[in-house]
Design a protein around this ligand. Structure first.
Ligand code: M6R
Length: 359
């Protein structure tokens, strides 16, 4: 039931702080240590490579999870689009471990990969929102997202829940492997800070509605740009805008713009820079200026400690690796208000189903 909300999507965006707190209560013990089934950790510790498999938004969440796993567990991790992996499997390592990301647990493309994985008796873990879903039943292990039912076609709280559970897994596995950094990473406190930050962003809806009306309601195309983790969020942000507002949006590694895509920038093209990482903030800013010099309307989503006077949307500071949990929220709301402003059916965009059970 969406209660007083006009659309499920808005309700689900607003639920994200509560989802973060639920994940903390499900996955941490009294002492503040992550509690993950030891059988999962023991099996993962044997792996020489982790393959994350997902489609759409789940694939995007995997891009963030891979960084966390590599940083804390030191196991090389690659992220794969399920429909590609299913028909064009790369050369695998000797001891692969598979992580399936799927809100619904029913995505046919991802299941196709799992069938193959099971035929080879490789170990697997599904992160899903739906207990006893197909991908949960057929994988070796399951971790639930605890995001509550997600009804809107555009995935929002499942994306942030997937990243949070991946972070729990990365910390738990890092601790299991006696990594000092993993031990020192106070993820429980950080997820609390993320929940508060999400709340602050969802409380500023009016600003985001005004930005959407001013910059995104008319143009037929738009770009999100960023580097590293900010790039991974840029492709998720662009997917949100595309699927519900029908603006042709692309997420781009900002350094790549000058290698071709900048030719598309015209007077009034919206270019939204995501800037949360110390090492690349200056670079993304200068890429954004290059687009501005060609007529783009530059919009910024910036972590507070990097903010400057003319920034458009300033988000609270959190652990550098967890910034996607916050930077995606304004993008979700910009997509929502752009769709709403055009009078579209936000929850049920054309041509799309919530769960894609065909290949
Ligand atoms: O249920 P899944 O997570 O496996 O679904 C994967 C994609 O179909 C899904 O994330 C899709 O991209 C969403 N509509 C994006 O908002």
């Amino acid at each position: 039931d969406k209660g007083a909300y006009p659309y499920y999507m808005l309700k689900e965006v607003d639920e994200q702080p509560a989802v973060m707190r639920r994940i903390v209560s499900e996955y941490f013990d009294q002492a503040g240590n992550p509690s993950v089934d030891e059988a999962i950790l023991a099996e993962m510790a044997k792996a020489d490579h982790i393959y994350i498999i997902g489609a759409g938004t789940s694939y995007h969440a995997g891009l963030v999870g891979a960084r966390l796993l590599e940083k804390y567990a030191h196991i090389p991790t690659s992220v794969n689009i399920s429909s590609e992996f299913a028909y064009d499997r790369p050369l695998l390592s000797q001891k692969p471990f598979f992580i399936f990301l799927s809100q619904s647990g029913e995505t046919a493309d991802s299941r196709q990969v799992l069938v193959d994985v099971n035929e080879h008796q490789w170990p697997s873990l599904t992160l899903t929102n739906v207990d006893k879903s197909t991908l949960s039943r057929e994988a070796t292990f399951t971790m639930l997202l605890y995001a509550g039912p997600e009804i809107a076609v555009a995935s929002t709280k499942a994306y942030t829940a997937q990243i949070a559970v991946e972070a729990v897994l990365a910390k738990a596995l890092g601790m299991y492997l006696a990594d000092d950094q993993a031990q020192a990473f106070d993820l429980r406190a950080q997820l609390g800070a993320v929940a508060n930050g999400m709340q602050a962003i969802t409380d500023s809806k009016e600003d985001l509605e005004a930005i959407a009306a001013r910059f995104l309601s008319k143009p037929r195309n738009a770009f999100y740009i960023g580097r590293g983790l900010d790039w991974t969020v840029s492709i998720e942000a662009a997917l949100k805008l595309k699927e519900i507002s029908y603006v042709q949006a692309e997420g781009f590694a900002s350094g790549e713009l000058k290698h071709g895509t900048i030719a598309l920038i015209e007077e009034g093209t919206p270019v939204i820079g995501i800037i949360t990482q110390d090492r690349t903030a200056g670079l993304t800013r200068s890429n954004l200026e290059e687009t501005q010099a060609r007529g783009a309307n530059a919009i910024t989503i910036v972590a507070r400690h990097l903010a400057q006077d003319n920034d458009t949307i300033v988000i609270p500071d959190v652990d550098a690796d967890l910034t996607p949990l916050l930077s995606v929220v304004p993008a979700q709301l910009l997509a929502y208000y752009t769709s709403l402003g055009k009078g579209l059916d936000v929850d049920k965009p054309r041509n799309l189903a919530k769960s894609v059970t065909v290949m």
